[in-house]
Design a protein around this ligand. Sequence first.
Ligand code: 5AD
Ligand code: SF4
Length: 357
Amino acid sequence: MNQILMNISDASFSDLLDKVSSGAELDREEWRMLLDRPDESPDQYLRARATEVARQHFGNGIYLRGLIEITSWCRNNCYYCGLRRSNRFASRYRLTTEDILSCCREGAGLGLNTFVLQGGEDDGQDDNWIENTIRAIRAEIPDQAITLSVGERSEDAYRRFREAGADRYLLRHETRNDAHYAQLHPAEMSASHRRACLRTLKALNFQTGAGMMIGTPGQTTDCLLDDIAFLEELRPQMIGIGPFIPAAHTPFAHRQAGSIPLTLRLVALMRLRFPHALIPSTTALATLNGGGRAAGILSGANVVMPNLSPLAVRGQYSIYDHKACQGGESATGLRLLEQELNQIGSRIVYGRGDYST
Ligand code: 5AD
Ligand code: SF4
């Protein structure tokens, strides 16, 4: 009896996956059936299908983005993040334009063709400073892609960044559910403003990345359904999905980390829903689990972001505890990364990896 029931539910599971893969819209209850499954075994099937779809579109290539963590100062106070302004235990640093240029040079020397400048919202790196830094990078490396991840800024600032030569922008929406957003952020931050920024970025022709953490306190299946609906509406070119990891000296320091299987399920489902999207196997996945990065790729992710931050500050960008930043995570570990990818039948692609359909 159980066996029969299992088979029936597996059949409907695979029918639903066929439906997602065909590009047809699923209604909320159909998505719920895909998300709410407690058992692991169908996930192996889901992950294999997602990997196959990624390989249909990208071959076995994985794009590299050189990550430069440009400042650990932040004026915001997100409850989950170790860099929040109220965390007086966080160690703070701020790179200069020259520091960033030398990271880019090092990365370009290693063959990387995309740099991601990521940092908190730091008044010491204001809009003018960012604009000038983009121009300085552009002047030296005209052909590489420049990605920014420096939070919520005005439309005017985003436009100036774009005109200065930035190509892409990562700004996770974190959660589409307004009540849940309010559980994760103080009242001075708003989910609707975050979404407005994302729309502006898209309108300015940035290749835009949205995304969410999995397993943040208070997150329900309905929150994730709202996230999927938002991604379907926004259609970002990049989708970052990682598990929540508790950070010391934050209000959520003693909460549970997000589930890896659920994170991988979301990565795989988003690969099926958005076959052309650039989806990183996130550092948070690699941090929670030794094989996390490979697991992300074997769930349909196609981007890895090796850390190019100067060694002197590496480890100080502690958005969460024990963040992976050494070994395979560092640019010096590129060869190890290549080996790790080869073991799962993937390989590094050194192109810019622009979004294309
Ligand atoms: N655990 C996991 N991810 C986190 N981020 C911030 N804090 C944490 C945490 N404790 C993520 C957010 C942010 C991105 C840069 O890092 O989603 O957008
Ligand atoms: Fe600042 Fe980003 Fe951390 Fe929020 S998640 S406190 S905006 S660095």
